[in-house]
Structure formats: C-alpha cells, structure tokens
Design a protein around this ligand. Structure first.
Ligand code: NAD
Ligand code: UDP
Length: 335
C-alpha cells in the first residue's frame, strides 16, 4: 500500500516508517520538522535500503496537504503529527488545540475528498484519565487535566463522528501507552530537545553524565513500591502494531490499546536499566509531579484477540536499545 505518514520524522513515526518499509509498503512522509530532523529519514533509508518521499509541510495547511493527495494514490494515512508536551500544552492551549485538532480535520477532509479508505490515529492512554487500571477500550473516558489530553480525546470524537457519517471509511484509534527504546541499529531513537520530560530519555542522559541524577517524582503512591507505575512498550512493537492495524482494518471505528498489559514502577525501571546495561544510576526521591496519576497500564487483550498482535520485546531490550541510541547519538538539536 501507499501510506502517508504524518509526523514520520518523529520518534514513533520514524520507527513506523521502518516497519512499513520492511513490510513492503511505500511511504510518503509529511512533517514540518518542528520537533525532528530530516536526518532521521536519511537514517530510515539507511536501515531499510528503501526510498521515502518527503514533503516538508505543515498538515494544518489544507492546500499543501491536498497537494500530496493529488500527487499520490494514497491507500492509508497514519497521523502521528502532533505536539505532545503535556506541560507546554497547559501554557499554550491554543497552539496545542489548533495543531492537533486542525491537522486531524484537514487530513480527514482530504481522505474523504480523495477517497482514501483507511485512517490510523495516534491517540494516548491519557484519554482514560483516572479510570481504574487496567484500562479497557470501552471504558468511558474521563476528562484530562491538560489540553494535550483533551486534544486527543476531541480528535477521537471528531474521527468517530465522521466515520459514522461515512460508513465505508475505516478508522483505527490507537491508544499508546509509554513507548521507549530505539531501533537496534542505534541509528534512530528518542532525542528530545532540551531537558527531557519523560522518564527513559531522562535516565539515558543521567547514564551518559549529561544530567547529574534522576529525580523520582513521588514514592508515596499506592503502588508496589510507592513510585508511579506505567506500561512501557518497545517503540518497534508499537510501530509493528501500526502495520497490523493497516492490514486488519475494516469499515467503521475501531479502538485499540497498544501496550504490554504490564505495569512497571519508576524504581523497577531504574533497576532494569542498571542490570541490562551494567551501569549505576544515581537518583533521589523528589515531590510528586503535578497532574501525574499513580498507575497507568493497558488491558492489551483486544489487539491480541482481534489482530493477533502482542508486544514481543521485554524490558531488558527496551533498556539496552534506549542506551545504545543515547551512546551513539551525536547530539545536535535532535540527533
Ligand atoms: P514526535 O514529536 O517525536 O513526533 C511528532 C512529529 O510530528 C514531529 O516530527 C513533528 O515535527 C511533527 N509535527 C508536529 N506538528 C506537525 C504539523 N502540524 N505538521 C507537520 N508535522 C508536524 O512525537 P512522537 O513521540 O513520535 O509522537 C507521535 C504521536 O504519538 C503524537 O501525536 C503523540 O501525541 C502521540 N503519542 C505519543 C506518545 C509518547 O509517549 N511518545 C504517547 C501517546 C501518544
Ligand atoms: N518520572 C520521574 N522522573 C522523571 C520523569 C518521570 O520519576 O524525571 C516518573 C513519572 O512521575 C511517572 C513515570 O516516571 O510516574 C513516567 O513518566 P513519563 O513522563 O515518562 O510518562 P507519563 O507520566 O506521561 O506516562
């Protein structure tokens, strides 16, 4: 299939490009490079030995986006392009709502105009809010505490309504848990600009000596050891979930969790990282981070039942691959 991947130069998008190309699909990327670099796409080509057609455009720009649909016979869209920093979304709500929702509407409009039958959307476990874990796809969503989470819930709602009105259209709403790790080549991975917000890139930068120690946000949660529990999933497993979604998608709206189904605490992840890489990792206990929930992990059984998809790579692989990338990265802005 010819797949348009928006945000394809980003962290999850680039790994998904690898998985799509290795599965034999043709990939067209649309990315404005606001949080990534074109070098990443060169590395995807190096890994796969395949070509990618790249458009440096903003997908909120309807004219530029429609040009891609006019130029290519597209069979499906995977919409990764979005802003994702939760804290920044509280400070700049309009920027987040505009970017994340308008991009979804522009793409949906183009799909209907050009008769593109498949749409896969990057949603997030954050839409479950403080529901009881494990999170199941048919739970009622709870309001999020931040514009980022709301922009995902609203995009899901918009796509659901459009699909209801257009019964031939196929939409997958994929709710990601916590992607970590990198391609085993060490060529692509997560390279956030500035001080990382997320746990794994923070850990790898402490291990590298770039940051002096990890601050563990709270050890008084009602969890196994008091620290926050998340469902970490190897980014390549997540990437392969998209290839499966495209293959299995039927008409209508389909919601799937992409996680492992296992919760891991902050201290358990620190321990796993130390053991997997034979390193020490200094940390201290700090105050809870505002807005954090105690536990977030998936009921991952629906994707397995319907699609035969499960996450295959374990915590050791996640820690090793994340560290391999951090070691190899010559840090410019993104790589
Ligand atoms: P990322 O920032 O690495 O990738 C997003 C890409 O989209 C970047 O390359 C950026 O330049 C591009 N982009 C943003 N706005 C754009 C626009 N208007 N037009 C064109 N390109 C644009 O982020 P990621 O971690 O790869 O996340 C991909 C998607 O998955 C996002 O929608 C994110 O919200 C969602 N998601 C991520 C996580 C996570 O933990 N990483 C968890 C749940 C959901
Ligand atoms: N966390 C932490 N120190 C950090 C970053 C994160 O202790 O520097 C904790 C955070 O409180 C949460 C877990 O690690 O319990 C995962 O945080 P992340 O931001 O990676 O993911 P999210 O909270 O968005 O699921």
């Amino acid at each position: 299939m010819n797949i348009l991947v928006t945000g394809g130069a980003g962290y999850i998008g680039s790994h998904t490009c690898v998985a799509l190309l290795e599965a034999g699909h043709t990939v067209i990327v649309a990315d404005n490079l606001c949080n990534s670099s074109a070098e990443t796409l060169e590395r995807v080509k190096q890994i796969t030995g395949r070509e990618i057609t790249f458009y440096q455009i903003d997908v909120t720009d309807a004219a530029a986006t429609n040009t891609i649909f006019a130029n290519h016979s597209i069979d499906g869209v995977i919409h990764f392009a979005g802003l994702k920093a939760v804290g920044e979304s509280v400070e700049k709500p309009l920027v987040y709502y505009y970017n994340n929702i308008v991009s979804t509407m522009v793409l949906a409009q183009a799909c209907l105009k050009y008769g593109v039958p498949r749409f896969v959307f990057s949603s997030s476990a954050t839409v479950y809010g403080e529901n009881q874990v494990p999170f199941v796809e048919d739970m009622p969503l709870l309001p999020s505490t931040n514009p980022y989470g709301e922009s995902k819930a609203m995009s899901e709602r918009i796509l659901t309504d459009i699909a209801k009105a257009n019964p031939d259209w196929s939409v997958a709403l994929l709710r990601y848990f916590n992607p970590v790790g990198a391609h085993e080549s060490g060529l692509i991975g997560e390279a956030p600009a500035g001080i990382p917000n997320n746990l794994m890139p923070y850990i790898t930068q402490v291990a590298k000596g770039k940051l002096d120690k990890l601050r563990v946000f709270g050890n008084d949660y009602p969890t196994v050891d008091g620290t926050g529990v998340r469902d970490y999933i190897h980014v390549l497993d997540l990437a392969e979930g998209h290839v499966t979604a495209l293959a299995k998608l039927t008409a209508g709206v389909h919601i799937y969790n992409l996680g492992t189904g296992h919760g891991v605490s902050v201290l358990q992840l620190v321990q796993a990282f130390k053991e997997a890489n034979g390193l020490d990792l200094p940390y201290e206990i700090a105050a809870r981070r505002p807005g954090d929930i105690a536990e977030c992990y998936a009921d991952a059984s629906k994707a397995e039942r319907d699609w035969g998809w499960t996450a295959k790579r374990n915590l050791v692989a996640m820690c090793r691959d994340a560290w391999r990338f951090e070691k190899s990265v010559s840090r410019g802005r993104f790589l």
